[in-house]
Design a protein around this ligand. Structure first.
Ligand SMILES: [Zn+2]
Length: 389
């Protein structure tokens, strides 16, 4: 389809996806290095491999909207910082929240790296004249924790599971930031891991000036230690990665059926505005849509699970209707793997990298066998997901 991307770039969605995927991976070169290009090309028409993870766009259904990278005021002293979004861009860089108190600012999450962290901090300072003093980490994934070092004087609070996972990652954190294709880092500079200094397990209410903020444990859900920030008077929920709007949800560390339960519970709360971890600001409708993504996927995956089909082959067959147009369609593979593990009773809090990798290889074999080479997922892309979203 030739629908124009309304973000002003003049690119079609497909062109933008290609650019994005190419920038992320140097896609074809990356495949060639891993030797996959050769084996896949052998099954397809010559070397004309478009190694871009294209979604199976379905023109019967709406495309994701575009949204701005901006600090947006939601209520007096309450702000959301959304990452620039088109149908393809920056889906893996997380949104942030900010609540301004009389003396200092609270941040919700630390973003993925120097560029978004510095941009958010500068925008917050400009809007309020204040600095950050405390920060709630919604969970441990790198796209929420990478930028913590730039919130220099802020105490970081989290669920204990989140702290444990951040601590585990300290040893493997590189000593330097180097520029990343997705814009999380744009220069080389020293890198330091920051570990939360205060943990709490259950719900906790704080008052930021006269704003009541309820930190709520989401239960076992996107991870085993997600926190959300709910402002009952303003009817705003900073959901962290309980919410993926127009972006395929990332379930590598998730308990999907309990995640759906959490979404259903939130549907009963007095909430008008939900700031998701990824995607544009929305509300209960968008959260219900995301839960439906998992439901539809669960029904389709279960049929194939019952036929003893492997998860990668199942993922290659499954069509999700309107959700096929969501950003990051390749996440369907990891999400099928997690559904299967739930049914097999083998689910653990940890990401099963080997299972996702194996499923991706199978998925690619099916796509290559059908000559759908544009839908082949570079393994490097799937491996990169190990660091969270
Ligand atoms: Zn995330």
């Amino acid at each position: 389809m030739t629908k124009r991307n309304p973000d002003g770039t003049g690119l079609t969605r497909r062109e933008a996806i290609r650019m994005s995927a190419g920038a992320l991976l140097g896609a074809t070169a990356m495949l060639a290095r891993t030797g996959e290009l050769v084996s896949l090309a052998a099954q397809g028409p010559g070397n004309n491999v478009q190694a871009t993870p294209l979604p199976a766009t379905d023109p019967r259904f709406p495309m994701p909207p575009s949204w701005n990278r901006e600090l947006r005021q939601l209520a007096p002293n309450v702000y959301a910082y959304t990452q620039g979004g088109g149908p393809t861009m920056a889906a893996g860089v997380s949104n942030l929240g900010m609540i301004a108190g009389p003396d200092f600012l609270w941040a919700i999450d630390g973003s993925q790296g120097p560029a978004p962290a510095k941009a958010f901090i500068a925008a917050s300072k400009q809007a309020t004249g204040k600095d950050f003093g405390r920060l709630l980490l919604t969970h441990h994934h790198g796209d929420h924790t990478g930028g913590l070092q730039f919130f220099q004087h802020a105490e970081v609070w989290s669920h204990p599971y989140c702290r444990d996972e951040v601590l585990k990652a300290v040893q493997s954190t590189p000593k330097m930031w180097t520029p990343t294709p997705n814009g999380a880092a744009d220069i080389s500079e020293p890198r330091t891991a920051v570990v939360p200094m205060l943990t709490f397990k259950d719900d906790l209410t704080i008052f930021v000036g006269d704003i009541e903020v309820q930190f709520k444990h989401a239960g076992t859900c996107h991870t085993w230690g997600d926190m959300m920030a709910y402002l009952p008077k303003q009817k705003i929920l900073f959901a962290g990665d309980i919410g993926f709007f127009w972006v395929a949800p990332y379930a590598n560390n998730s308990y999907i059926s309990k995640w759906i339960d959490t979404c259903d519970q939130i549907a009963g709360w007095d909430v008008d505005v939900i700031v998701p971890g990824h995607g544009p600001i929305g509300g209960k409708k968008e959260l219900a849509d995301m839960a439906d993504y998992f439901r539809v996927l669960g029904v389709e995956a279960r049929k194939r699970y019952d036929k003893k089909m492997s998860p990668g082959v199942a993922a290659a067959e499954i069509r999700l209707g309107k959700f096929d147009n969501w950003i990051g369609p390749e996440r369907l593979i990891m999400d099928v793997v997690r559904w299967y593990e739930e049914w097999d009773d083998t689910l653990t809090p940890d990401y099963n990298a080997a299972a996702v990798r194996g499923a991706t290889v199978e998925y690619n074999q099916v796509k290559a066998g059908q000559n759908k080479l544009a839908e082949v997922i570079p393994l490097a892309r799937m491996d990169a997901f190990a660091h969270g979203c």
